[in-house]
Ligand binder design. Structure first.
Ligand code: AMP
Ligand code: ZN
Length: 333
């Protein structure tokens, strides 16, 4: 199955010039982000979180009520799930993440030794040696993308109902990609809507969310482009996989200039997994076919950083239209 032709090329929006300079330093100076001693790991101010919360509610409003697609079919009501930041290691292993993205994964290791092993551990710490080598692999792995734990949950329930399913999920995700770009964090929050069903259902869902994503970002008065993109697959085989992904337009990104206007930042992703997760987890449609899946992912910190970048650090001075979208309860009638 290849992606429909309308996804095969970039869809261009307006990209205005963005102020340059070290955005991370500006965020620290304004107290919006607070350094925690590691690149890509920050505490967030109340002002930052107020925007994250508003975006979270906006994404919920846009996803409801269930909508009717261009083909007249109505989408299933989203089922809400919020996940802890970790997932089962054995489920993680089955996703194939370590083949595709070993460089990004974060596994949880723990001390499981006796008192003697503890004394050795303290000696290693004292002498500033590698104390972590004695840690034992736990049954937990940090979630790399919010939708990974969802597929086995749905497969466990049996065949999909007619019309398939939509899941509204949120999780704190981890990716080991330390960076001085404030938009590239090691721990960040992702909202996702995941669609599971027939090819046509998944296809209509992605097209519908592409439209909704564009109008959401337009209403927030942010410039953007939509581009076919690829995931950062590891190694030489990975480069081939990335090329195939772009060629088939399996991943589209809505990118907003945040750090620079030359390299806009992916803030929303529209991923078509074909039958990859359906086949891995034995998820079937009511017709008995292997289910196809897609997801739309929202980077909460990235969207927030984009808003601060384009409208300033003081939300009170943001354009009234933008404030009304984010805080409709405060909008003047
Ligand atoms: P992806 O699974 O890579 O498509 O990621 C989904 C969304 O999460 C992206 O569109 C970004 O908005 C966000 N995201 C991905 N990586 C990071 C990161 N390192 N820091 C912050 N947000 C990220
Ligand atoms: Zn996903």
């Amino acid at each position: 199955v290849t992606a429909p032709a309308r996804f095969s090329g970039p869809v261009t929006g307006v990209v205005e010039a963005t102020p340059s300079g070290d955005y991370l330093q500006q965020l620290f100076a304004a107290g919006v982000l607070i350094p925690l001693g590691v690149d890509g790991l920050y505490a967030r101010s109340g002002g930052f979180e107020a925007v994250v919360d508003a975006l979270d509610r906006l994404i919920t409003r846009i996803g409801r009520p269930a909508w009717v697609g261009a083909d007249g079919r109505s989408e299933p009501e989203p089922e809400v799930m919020r996940l802890p930041p970790a997932m089962s290691r054995s489920i993680f292993e089955r996703t194939g993440y370590m083949s595709a993205f070993p460089q990004l994964a974060g596994t949880v290791h723990c001390f499981c030794g006796d008192e003697r092993a503890h004394r050795e551990l303290l000696e290693l710490l004292e002498s500033k040696s590698d104390w972590a080598a004695g840690q034992t692999t736990s049954e937990l792995v940090l979630i790399p993308a919010a939708c990974y734990p969802i597929y086995p949950i749905m497969a466990e329930r049996g065949t999909l109902p007619p019309g398939g399913r939509v899941v509204d999920i949120g999780a704190t995700c981890f990716r080991h990609e330390p960076s001085r770009e404030p938009t590239r964090m090691q721990m960040f929050r992702m909202r996702e809507y995941v669609r599971m069903g027939e090819v046509a259902e998944v296809d209509a869902f992605r097209a519908g969310w592409l439209e909704r994503g564009r109008s959401m970002v337009t209403s927030l008065r942010l410039p953007f482009v939509v581009e076919a993109a690829s995931d950062p697959f590891f190694g030489r085989t990975g480069r081939l996989m990335a090329a195939g992904q772009i060629e088939q337009a399996l991943k589209l990104e809505l990118q907003i200039p945040v750090n620079s206007s030359d390299a806009p930042t992916a803030c929303l992703s529209f991923n078509y997994h074909q039958d990859k997760f359906g086949a891995t987890w034995g998820l079937r449609t009511s017709n008995g076919a292997v289910a196809h899946t897609c997801c739309v992912g929202f980077g909460m910190e990235r969207l927030t950083l984009a808003l601060f970048r384009h409208h300033g650090f003081d939300t009170a001075t943001w354009p009234a239209g933008v404030r009304d979208i984010l805080w409709p309860e405060q909008a003047s009638p």
